[in-house]
Design a protein. Structure first.
Length: 166
């Protein structure tokens, strides 16, 4: 969804990664969990932290800091897992995204959101829905459906199969 299509006030869940503020459309967020034990799955990329048991379902957990090329963070009392619903091949997939801390849910008007910056043709910024402005601070609004490619999601959901097909 491009910025031009954001025509109404939308609620976003804001969260921190390093010193940057990010946001997800609240419609994509199922819940926010305190950091819990994550079972590491062998032969998966670094950003694939492993899986958790969410009320009997196996949910892959991905580290957004590592995915975005930031340094791995030490776990703190604020570290959390944002459970999101991602669109993949027409199906809804539940997954967890690690964040340093959840901030707040806020409303952003269309005029508070600008298109993502053009950073040249080499960098893919399709996963940035827009740049929000709130209280003199920029908020990077993510399109969670675009953050991970279909191949990466396949790998997250079927790590053993991905390792075999490799």
């Amino acid at each position: 969804m491009a910025v031009e299509t954001i025509t109404e006030t939308t609620q976003y869940l804001t969260f921190k990664l390093e010193d940057e503020l990010f946001a997800l459309d609240i419609g994509k967020v199922r819940e926010v969990l305190d950091f819990t034990t994550i079972t590491k799955v062998p032969r998966t990329p670094d950003y694939m932290r492993g899986v958790i048991n969410l009320r009997g379902s196996v949910v892959p957990v991905l580290d957004l800091r590592l995915k975005f090329g930031m340094e791995k963070a030490e776990k703190t009392v604020n570290t959390c897992v944002i459970i999101v619903e991602v669109e993949m091949g027409g199906e809804k997939v539940v997954m967890g995204a690690m964040a340093d801390a959840v901030q707040e849910v806020l409303d952003l008007e269309p005029d508070q959101i600008e298109p993502p910056p053009r950073i040249g043709t080499r960098l893919n910024t399709d996963f940035i829905k827009g740049m929000g402005k709130h209280a003199e601070q920029f908020i990077i609004i993510l399109d969670i459906d675009e953050v991970f490619t279909a191949d990466e999601l396949e790998m997250a959901l079927e790590p053993e199969q991905a390792a075999v097909n490799g």
